[in-house]
Ligand binder design. Structure first.
Ligand SMILES: NC(=O)c1ccc[n+]([C@@H]2O[C@H](COP(=O)([O-])OP(=O)(O)OC[C@H]3O[C@@H](n4cnc5c(N)ncnc54)[C@H](OP(=O)(O)O)[C@@H]3O)[C@@H](O)[C@H]2O)c1
Length: 334
């Protein structure tokens, strides 16, 4: 087991779930430390019936730790995580900064666990909207080779961190009471609205969030030929991202075959009975670790197409659960 685990970004939306998961999954380690910015330093948090004082993130703070799990903004991960590697720690990072760098492993434990075991430096956890999609694509890719994916996301406000959630609740209250509200995490009102931009503008009219789904998918599946066309949309849902996914495969798959492939893959749960109104909803998937799939059907516009609906808790499998699963994998092979 690891001697000392440092949770960096422990006060954030992902960091709070991370603490909860380490408790729930009874993750074994000698001791734990909880680290955040100077804003939170000195605050007390509870973990396994004990009080811990939040420590400040500095480049020297990693001495004595052998595992770091970090959930901070990109610029913070860029500045501090190399110091953790230099201090001899195994490092798992949730931010977007390291994912596509050469020599950095990008890992979903159900999909490419060996990449984590072979890694010598930082191990990155994918973008939340990528993780749930790639977990769903993996069994289809193994059986029939995925050639092209068209995906639209319906992303929850918790994906924008603690401030995203506050904006949804406070913005909604203000909207209903007719008061003004100044949004901090979003460029437009999110209450009673949809925003078809997540991240910054990049090439060809796509956003940074959309291009993450393109490039991270190829890296995790180890196939540079997969074509992905994403549209990422923020919706007024507090937690759990939903995705409408259409996949074109080299070999045709029937909806029944796709359903069997999903059902037998670890980490996927199928909820699919349109007649009875059963399909995954953000409200029913909230707090679960699985990727939920429903509305499995033939793409009536293409002979080799399958369409489905996919929902997962972005703070759990999209972030904290995936990181803890990587930590569990590393711990098993120490
Ligand atoms: N939310 C999601 O669904 C999701 C999913 C996958 C990946 N991610 C990624 O995970 C990371 C964290 O996201 P989040 O949603 O948890 O954000 P968040 O709620 O804004 O939390 C950010 C965390 O980073 C800490 N932090 C910020 N600036 C810092 C600094 N200068 N030095 C040390 N610590 C600092 C914050 O500490 P203070 O409280 O002290 O400010 C807080 O603990 C981001 O890179 C995000 O892209 C998020």
């Amino acid at each position: 087991m690891f001697r000392n685990v440092a949770i960096v970004g422990a006060t954030g939306a992902v960091g709070q779930i991370m603490r909860q998961l380490l408790e729930e999954r009874n993750f074994q380690a000698g001791t734990f430390r909880f680290i955040a910015s100077a804003r939170s330093t000195g605050q007390q948090i509870s973990f396994r019936d004990q009080k811990y004082t939040i420590e400040e993130l500095t480049k020297d703070c990693f001495a004595g730790s052998d595992l770091v799990i970090a959930s901070t903004p990109d610029d913070v991960a860029a500045e501090y995580l190399p110091a953790a590697v230099e201090a001899g720690c195994r490092v798992i990072d949730e931010s977007g900064y390291w994912r596509m760098k050469e020599g950095v492993a990008l890992v979903i434990p159900e999909v490419n666990p060996q990449d984590a075991l072979d890694a010598t430096g930082i191990i990155a956890s994918p973008n939340c909207s990528t993780t749930q999609m790639v977990l769903a694509l993996k069994p289809l890719h193994d059986a029939a080779v995925v050639k092209r994916v068209i995906v639209s996301t319906y992303q929850a406000t918790s994906g924008a961190g603690v401030q995203g959630t506050s904006d949804l609740f406070d913005g909604s209250k203000s909207y209903l009471s007719g008061d003004d509200y100044s949004y901090k995490a979003f460029a437009h009102p999110i209450a009673f609205n949809c925003i078809p931009q997540i991240g910054s503008e990049k090439a060809d009219g796509y956003t940074s969030e959309e291009l993450k789904m393109v490039y991270e998918t190829r890296k995790i599946l180890g196939d540079e030929s997969i074509q992905v066309n994403p549209t990422c949309v923020r919706v007024p849902v507090a937690n759990c991202h939903s995705e409408s996914i259409t996949v074109e495969t080299e070999k045709p798959l029937s909806p029944g075959e796709a359903r069997e492939l999903f059902e037998s893959f670890p980490g996927i749960q199928v909820v699919d009975n349109l007649q009875d109104g059963q399909y995954p909803l953000p409200s029913t998937c909230d707090g679960s670790d699985e990727v939920f799939i429903g509305r499995i059907r033939k793409d009536i516009s293409h002979p080799n197409g399958i369409s489905f609906w996919c929902v997962s808790d972005n703070l759990r499998k999209g972030a904290a659960t995936n990181a803890v699963q990587i930590a569990e994998l590393l711990a098993k092979h120490l």
